[in-house]
Design a protein around this ligand. Structure first.
Ligand code: AMP
Ligand code: MN
Ligand code: MN
Length: 316
């Protein structure tokens, strides 16, 4: 089965000239690292590659080689469309949805809808970058030093520095192999996971001051007002959720991040193998993994919050 998928991907890559690669909206280190790794290795194979993120590349990843090639728009025709780290078609940016369904979908989300012609989906992989580390050489693509840095960034970010519940020996072996290509792991780790802007730290402060707890759940709220007050430019939680998930006696953490146009982005994190927060996220049109899931929900904070907390309490 996997051999057949590898063979068809290799064939499609071989026949394609103009390749479009994208990751999911609100791209994280795995989406970006995976897109760069595949894109750079295909460029090395003399393909015409466009790596496109219509909302631009988050500055936190601009240290990666190849990030300067990331475009906001496509140019000219495309003969092969590939999505990475993207569980469903609705998480492809709307500007790119006019290209139709991707031909190739490479991902590790348990909720992946297998929307492409060829779906390389391995839910037991810690990151899409882990799948690529294994499969790029099978497709005849070389893992050069910049490709290794991109892959390692995906591994580090999706495992929060090799400590998530789904962490496995294979990912450590892959990280070791990538490091052997000359990657400065401490530097990459700092850039991808530790370094924060001063604005982001103040934004955390606003979120932390809203902290509440009930039973096994702990949660915080970040409003548009909070964001404006500290002049934080992202529309995300600046990874505050990962701090909430460290709070003792609260195995399930949530964050509600208010968005423009009456939308709320909710993130869930669970500690302990018994909870499956992807299941709750799916009830709200989102998805993700057992221990980390998200959804973007229509409605005001005041409407969404009690509904989401009630649904989450049901799985506890
Ligand atoms: P986040 O809370 O955005 O950090 O996401 C946690 C996990 O859930 C990641 O693996 C995301 O890819 C996934 N996820 C987040 N939002 C959605 C969504 N709206 N639909 C499907 N998966 C999502
Ligand atoms: Mn991702
Ligand atoms: Mn991922």
């Amino acid at each position: 089965m996997i051999e057949a998928i590898d063979a068809s991907i290799k064939e499609r890559l071989g026949n394609a000239e103009k390749i479009l690669i994208t990751g999911h909206i609100r791209p994280d280190g795995d989406a970006i690292g995976s897109m760069l790794a595949l894109g750079l290795s295909l460029l090395n194979a003399d393909k015409d590659v466009q790596m496109v993120l219509p909302a631009g590349l988050p500055t936190a990843f601009s240290h990666l080689e190849g990030s300067e090639l990331v475009q906001k728009e496509t140019e000219g025709d495309i003969d092969l469309f590939i999505s990475v780290d993207c569980a469903d078609f609705s998480r492809i940016h709307e500007d790119l949805q006019s290209f139709g369904m991707p031909a190739i979908n490479i991902d590790h989300h348990i909720t992946n809808e297998k929307y492409a012609e060829i779906n390389l989906v391995e839910a037991d992989s810690v990151a899409t970058a882990s799948i690529l580390t294994e499969h790029l050489p099978v497709w005849g693509l070389e893992i050069t030093k910049p490709v290794a840095a991109a892959l390692l960034t995906g591994l580090i970010t999706d495992t929060l520095g090799f400590r998530t519940l789904n962490m496995n020996p294979k990912a450590f072996r892959q990280a070791a192999t990538l490091m052997e290509l000359g990657i400065d792991l401490p530097d990459l780790y700092y850039q991808a996971l530790v370094s924060r802007s001063f604005k982001a730290a103040r934004y955390w402060g606003a979120g932390l001051s809203s902290l509440e707890r009930d039973g096994q759940m702990v949660w915080a709220v970040l409003s548009l007002k909070n964001r404006k007050a500290v002049n934080y430019h992202g529309n995300d939680d600046a990874d505050l959720i990962n701090m909430l998930s460290a709070i003792e006696d609260s195995p399930v953490a949530l964050i509600f991040v208010e968005q423009p146009k009456e939308m709320v982005k909710v993130s869930w994190r669970a500690r302990g193998k018994e909870w499956n927060v992807a299941q709750v996220a799916a009830q709200f049109g989102g998805g993700g993994h057992r221990a980390a899931a998200g959804a973007t929900i229509k409605g005001s904070l005041d409407e969404i919050k009690p509904k989401v907390l009630r649904a989450t309490r049901e799985i506890l």
